[in-house]
Ligand binder design. Structure first.
Ligand code: UFG
Length: 329
């Protein structure tokens, strides 16, 4: 029996495939390569290029392979783009998941692990954020992810499918081999943008707002290493295989770092001065997002290994230094 990884050529998907294969799992990948990279596909995985919105294609994948469980990363994930082009997000994230679920139900595949986000909470009411806290997304990306969670819930009730939804905080870092890492075009995330400065791609990093109600005025986030995220997916599959009920888990380190602290750490790691320029706030950024991941630790046995920001940034730097243009040759 194989695990089907949708979006397995993307950033978090490819890292999860590497861990699954290290764990001796058989892996089938589906990716439309719209934002994923063929170079990120693990050589031991069976790869299909195709789109989850295509029912005939998804049926063929389920018919040609013995699939035990699905891990679903195939979605658009840019907050800014989701605000200017919401229907793209409804089409890919929601309509794609609807077609996927129809095909899964038809082929009696009853386990799915799903990549959700801290953006489902919106502006938090409590820090650290618990899974039971109110969900009130402030952007269309988070709204589609929350709707996908609800689609799993109701489909599960009707058809006996069980799901685990993993709400990631700020994914970062790269595989220890330095062979795969973060490569988005355009890049919008803080750590890869910072590392473009020592890589000679940009002259400075822009800080979006230094007037937030935080100790140094810049936004605080919970940075979690991509390999730790990958491990949680394996544990979530094991949780479902053991017959447990559907569940939702936050994934973060439970420690917050400000934008200024991240830049300062990157200066120390790279030995580059990394000039920073203060600009106005970016629309929709909450001041502080920090996870409580106690539930994932207790129920899944998740134990993130990378809690040192210097080491996390060093792993990202190893990748970006060796691949300044991402996967481009
Ligand atoms: N930032 C800067 N300058 C930059 C880029 C980012 O100051 O050039 C700041 C942002 O304003 C934010 C922090 O750095 O305060 C982190 O920004 P990222 O874009 O790296 O990450 P976000 O916290 O915005 O996004 C993450 C996930 C999303 C998820 C969101 C939930 O990447 O998928 O958290 O709020 F939706």
């Amino acid at each position: 029996m194989a695990i089907l990884v949708l979006g397995g050529a993307g950033y978090i998907g490819s890292h999860t495939v590497y861990e699954l294969i290290d764990y001796g799992e058989q892996v089938v990948i589906v990716d439309n390569l719209e934002t994923g990279h063929i170079e990120a596909v693990h050589p031991k995985a069976k790869f299909y290029q195709g789109d989850i919105r295509n029912r005939a294609f998804m049926d063929r994948v389920f018919e040609e392979n013995k699939i035990d469980a699905v891990i679903h990363f195939a979605a658009n994930s840019l907050v800014g783009e989701s605000m200017t082009n919401p229907l793209k997000y409804y089409d890919n994230n929601l309509c794609g998941t609807k077609v996927l679920l129809e095909s899964m139900v038809a082929h009696r595949i009853d386990k799915i692990v799903f990549s959700s986000t801290a953006a489902t909470y919106g502006e938090p009411e409590n820090i650290p954020i618990l899974e039971t806290d109110k969900t009130n997304p402030t952007n269309c990306y988070g709204e589609t992810k929350l709707s996908m969670e609800k689609m799993f819930k109701w489909t599960g009730k009707a058809h006996g499918l069980r799901y685990v939804s993993l709400r990631y905080f700020n994914a970062c870092g790269a595989h220890e081999s330095g062979q795969i890492g973060e490569a988005h075009a355009p890049e919008t995330h803080l750590i890869p943008l910072i590392l473009q400065v020592p890589n000679g791609i940009r002259e400075s990093i822009t800080i979006f707002g230094d007037d937030y109600p935080t100790p140094d005025g810049t936004c605080i986030r919970d940075y979690i290493h991509v390999t730790d995220l990958a491990m949680a997916h394996i544990q979530a599959v094991q949780y479902l295989r053991a017959g447990n009920t559907s569940n939702i888990f936050n994934l973060g380190n439970g420690v917050g770092f400000s934008v200024k602290e991240v830049i300062e750490t990157a200066r120390a790691v790279t030995g580059h001065p990394i000039p920073a320029v203060i600009e106005g706030r970016r629309a929709g950024d909450p001041a502080r997002l920090i996870a409580s991941s106690e539930k994932a630790r207790q129920v899944l046995g998740w134990n993130p290994q990378h809690d040192d920001l210097s080491k996390i940034i060093a792993s990202a730097w190893k990748w970006h230094k060796g691949h300044p243009d991402g996967f481009a040759k």
